[in-house]
Design a binder for this molecule. Structure first.
Ligand code: HMG
Length: 388
């Protein structure tokens, strides 16, 4: 069977951020709790001119050639902070990116897990349709509310992945282990802009799912921790992945434990500064690992753990390809972090209180947003997207 996987990968997050030491001070918490206990140093802030559609197309636009825009015949959009209960965000993305009209477009939802389902659908589709190219986007705004325990774990961003045969970055192994269970750890009723969460319970369920799937994976494949060069975890906050990794570290010797912890640090460099981006979170961690690890080489096996509240989890492995960094957008993350605008906590609170667009027709000031694709406003209950 053909080798299938991620050929190219790109990331986008809005141009504003807040500092977690300042948020801790404003919430009468010790900065150490946010910086180390939670593992976040900064948090992306979403201006009114960005939503899940603009973030996803801002990411995808950076990797697609004109030929690929014609060739892609399936567009999968994973999100849990969608903009419409009927129309798929993928249809907007198709138009804005200038993709072929002869493509299927679909939006998928299962909390933070849907990006992984989308990726596996893409892999299986390409396996059945040799030569096909599938665009998978995972885009979200994580929003809990001011003065809530979840506030420090907010964030936003999008990952775009092109899935093809003979991919540049990695091939996806057919060793997936997955499970679902009806759990009320985190949810967002259709009338709510902010997530509801049983925070400590959600972290327990995450770890239970990981331990269960890891045990099942080892049993089904005969592989062990030594077969893995590194892991990328869903990172709702970066300490969460560390807790999961520590659950299995005793299976390795001391030297291997040190190596896995070093790779884990590489896998959370970006997530620490962006925050949670739900569906895209585990893939931002993968991106971070690929760019920041100094030891990864072709042929390495990486373990990926995807978790979505509610709950669904999946563990699978991938194999790195020669010159895997050629599939990433060089300098993209440095440029984002170098140019991001710092925001004060009062300004962030005001931005937050304005809410997520609502139903009233209005125009937004797009001159302050440097992103190519922006939401210019709402007119006749329709979103007005522009490229500038
Ligand atoms: P909390 O109760 O405010 O925090 O909320 P805490 O009291 O548990 O403290 C956090 C950590 O900081 C603890 O470490 C403290 O010891 C430590 P731990 O025991 O966990 O290792 N700490 C310090 N460390 C250093 N210096 C100090 C200091 N003080 C304390 N001075 C909670 C934490 C995660 C519950 C909250 O932020 C929350 O509810 N977050 C949202 C839910 C969440 O992210 N859950 C994760 C699992 S569910 C998931 O991943 C799915 C999700 O992405 C959604 C989806 O699928 O769609 C969320």
């Amino acid at each position: 069977m053909a080798q299938i996987g991620i050929d190219k990968m790109s990331f986008f997050s809005p141009h504003q951020y807040i500092d977690m030491t300042e948020l801790a001070n404003a919430r009468n918490e010790e900065p150490g709790k946010y910086l180390i206990g939670i593992g976040q140093t900064q948090q992306a802030v979403v201006p009114p001119t960005q939503d899940v559609v603009t973030m996803a197309v801002n990411a995808a636009d950076q990797i697609l050639t004109p030929a690929e825009r014609e060739e892609i015949d399936t567009i999968i959009f994973a999100t849990e902070s969608g903009i419409d209960n009927s129309k798929s965000a993928a249809v907007y993305a198709q138009r804005l990116l200038g993709l072929s009209p002869y493509a299927r477009t679909i939006e998928m939802k299962q909390a933070c897990y849907a990006g992984t389902y989308g990726l596996m659908q893409a892999r299986d589709y390409v396996a059945l349709h040799p030569g096909a190219k599938v665009l998978v986007m995972a885009s979200d705004i994580a929003r809990y509310g001011l003065h809530t325990p979840g506030e420090v774990t907010q964030g936003a961003g999008a990952v775009a992945m092109l899935v093809t045969e003979n991919p540049r970055i990695l091939t996806i192994n057919r060793d997936n282990q997955f499970m679902s269970r009806d759990v009320m750890d985190f949810w967002r009723p259709v009338y709510a802009e902010e997530a509801l969460v049983d925070g400590k319970y959600s972290a327990e369920v995450y770890r239970e799912f990981f331990r269960d799937l890891w045990a099942r994976y080892k049993e089904k494949t005969g592989l062990a921790i030594d077969d893995f060069k590194a892991f990328a975890f869903h990172l709702p906050f970066t300490k969460m992945g560390l807790k999961a990794l520590r659950d299995i570290l005793p299976e390795a010797d001391e030297a291997k434990q040190a190596l896995l912890l070093t790779e884990f640090e590489a896998s959370r460099v970006y997530n620490k500064r962006i925050g949670n981006l739900y569906t895209g979170s585990v893939y931002l961690s993968l991106y971070s690992l690929l760019e920041n690890s100094t030891t990864l080489t072709a042929g390495d096996r990486l373990g990926i753990f995807s978790y979505g509240s509610g709950a669904e989890g999946e563990f699978y492995s991938v194999e790195l390809q020669p010159n895997f960094r050629d599939g990433l957008v060089t300098g993209q993350m440095d440029q984002l972090f170098d140019s991001r605008e710092y925001m004060t906590i009062p300004d962030y609170e005001e931005n937050f209180m304005a809410g997520l667009h609502g139903a009233t027709d209005r125009e937004f000031d797009i001159t302050k947003d440097p992103a190519k694709f922006v939401l210019a406003g709402l007119k006749d209950q329709q979103r007005v997207y522009l490229a500038h």
